[in-house]
Design a protein around this ligand. Structure first.
Ligand code: PMP
Length: 376
């Protein structure tokens, strides 16, 4: 077993070995530019991209032409939201206070530019309800952006209901689905109009992701250039990364087959911690609609610096990886009503189909022994 043992799959995953093998020739021997349409090297690159696009499209049951490659979810969110609003009047927008910073910061910027934004707040189990969304809609609402699975506490949103609400008001519905792929089975009949995702959360490489435009929401490009991706996202396509992304999608059904194992792991960790430290533990992942590969717990009675300084043999996060180096508490946990210190004393444990029973047992015993000392 590797030490520190990895329990941070929600922040990133390793590239699957089969995926890496598929990618490698595209760095060295099949190195053409897909834009070179006059020779064999370019054709091979284009063929590889077409295959990847088909693999992703097959997974979502959407048209291959609805997929646009980007550098990852951050860029896709920017392209979806700003690209949709470009040229429109400065109307009303809806998002939530528990979105990832890669969405939240866009709305904070848009607000400065003159849009009015409603930030929906979650209920006590971290869910945004359909009623809260419905009540927020105004006559001039242009766009709703609500994530499908929360990256810090793992709640699965009621995106089917959100989609129906948006459809009934002819509002464009964007969702950051980065944490949902490989974690939940999508309802393919009610997919959001716009979906953003990153490859590195699904055993594909970092630096590649996509935006799916599964609707007639028109997206305008955010920058000018060679007109790749049907003019929506200029820039030479990174063929090896695209090959890896498409191939990674073909393994998602297999990964979803580990659901029961992950759910047992989750239950086991929760039960042992609650049994031994009941008065000191607060479970943040408490919605009945939660992914099974993520467990967020906050710990009373220990300073967060002492907590993280002592947990050296496990690789975990205290919220989202983007917040880990800051002493700012997580905005998601604060939205759930946590005080600053409690929010900072939070362990986000995330595991995957690669996690073994032995690793979970190690984690449990390790946390038991460390917390017993810290809480003494
Ligand atoms: N959205 C969500 C929900 C995420 O979890 C992440 C990664 N932490 C991002 C967006 C940003 O992804 P990337 O850094 O790959 O652009």
């Amino acid at each position: 077993m590797n030490l520190p043992t990895y329990f941070d799959y929600a922040s990133t995953t390793p590239v699957r070995s089969e995926v890496l093998s598929k990618m490698l020739p595209y760095f060295s021997t099949i190195y053409g530019n897909a834009g070179s349409n006059l020779h064999h090297y370019g054709w091979l690159a284009q063929e590889a991209i077409d295959l990847s696009r088909n693999q992703i499209a097959a997974y979502f049951n959407v048209k291959p032409s609805s997929i646009y490659y980007t550098s990852g979810a951050t860029e896709s969110n920017n392209l979806a939201i700003k690209g949709y609003l470009k040229g429109k009047f400065k109307g009303h927008l809806i998002t939530s206070i528990i979105e990832h910073k890669a969405v939240l910061e866009i709305f904070i910027q848009l607000e400065k530019e003159g849009y009015s934004v409603t930030y929906l707040t979650p209920n006590e189990v971290g869910q945004i309800t359909k009623d809260v969304l419905t009540n927020a809609i105004q006559a001039d609402t242009l766009l709703v952006s609500l994530m499908m699975v929360n990256n810090e506490i793992g709640t699965i949103s009621d995106y089917v209901a959100f989609k129906k609400v948006c459809d009934s008001h002819s509002i464009c519905f964007h969702s950051d689905v980065t944490q949902a792929i490989g974690k939940i089975k999508f309802d393919l009949t009610h997919l959001p109009h716009l979906m953003s995702f990153s490859g590195h959360k699904i055993y594909a490489p970092k630096g590649i992701g996509g935006l799916i435009i599964n609707s007639n929401c028109i997206i305008n490009p955010l920058f000018d250039g060679g007109g790749q991706e049907r003019g929506i996202r200029s820039g030479t396509l990174p063929v090896p990364l695209i090959v890896g992304l498409g191939y990674a999608f073909t393994f998602i059904p297999e990964i979803l087959g580990f659901e029961e194992t992950l759910s047992n792991f989750n239950r086991k960790i929760k039960e042992v911690l609650l049994c031994n430290f009941n008065n000191h533990i607060l479970i943040n992942s408490k919605s009945p609609n939660n992914i099974s590969s993520l467990l967020s717990i906050s710990i009373h009675g220990v300073h967060w610096e002492d907590l993280f300084n002592s947990l050296t043999s496990i690789a975990i996060s205290n919220g989202s990886a983007c917040n880990v180096k800051s002493t700012n508490p997580s905005h998601v946990l604060m939205a759930l009503g946590h005080k600053r210190d409690l929010a900072l004393s939070t362990l986000r444990i995330s595991f995957s189909y690669l996690t073994t029973e032995q690793e979970i047992d190690f984690l449990i015993h390790y946390l038991e022994s460390k917390l017993s000392k810290l809480l003494r």
